[in-house]
Ligand binder design. Sequence first.
Ligand code: SF4
Length: 301
Amino acid sequence: VTNSTLQSPDGTPEIFLEFTGTFSAADHPEVVLMSGGEPLLHAGLVRDLAERARRVGTCSYVLTGGYFVRRGDPTPAVAAALDAVDHVAVSLDPFHEREVPRDAVFRLLGELLRRGKDVSVQITAPPGDPYPARVTSELDRLFQGRVPALVVPLRRVGRAAATGLPVAPDTLAETGMDATAPAPCVMAAWPLVTCTGDVTACCNHHVVARPGRSHLALGHARDGWPAVRQRSLRSAPLRAIRLYGPQHVMAQQGGVPSSDGCRTCHALPRLPEFERRAEELMSSPVSEAMEGLLFGGPTCG
Ligand code: SF4
């Protein structure tokens, strides 16, 4: 709902409320994740979305940097939002710590646990930095395993792309893997509503910044969840990317994949007859059998 800059083109709350209003008991996502930027700058909206989601059986999750504990307890609006969501995740890294002290985050986690809330942390740091090991051992000591941590190395994406900090290898060439081997992209299974209401098939920052009209655009929040879900499930290009990964699809169609999966993915529509050939690939018995094995059946709904 925000990209956390003064230029943020924040959507109106109505976009997100109307979208959540199209969830029903019979057709709803299992979970809604609210992140940013800092979603709790819109605490009332987070609370309303979580409450609407719960009414139809959708769980809710919010990822926050914890700005509201810098000078004491959360405001009543933030406390109500934290109460409303099913899971609270807090970002912990050397960059957030310049603004929000680690002790204040630990106090928040302790208080949320005391109130019976599910919590976790997301930790990132440049490769080789001892920060993740230090923080996870502190978490274990303080909370005895009740605060799981997702630890990811700093990568060259989003705002981190321009920092000049050391980052983990993020291309197959850098990791030494064969770029044309099947490598499913699990991110293609997470429709994302941007702060302007555009819906994209994944959270890749280039796609989010300029969804345009591509195989990765799923329309607009005003189209409603059932339509977005059907587009995501039925799109042959997306099914192919979910099952084989963009580089294998590129090679299978006679193109030359780049060592960067997402860059290859953006280039797929430039292949001649890309969509028709993706349909052909996904209607093969092998693809249907593999979707059955991996996803319990064709993902085309
Ligand atoms: S490979 Fe394509 S679908 Fe997957 S994250 Fe990158 S841009 Fe998105």
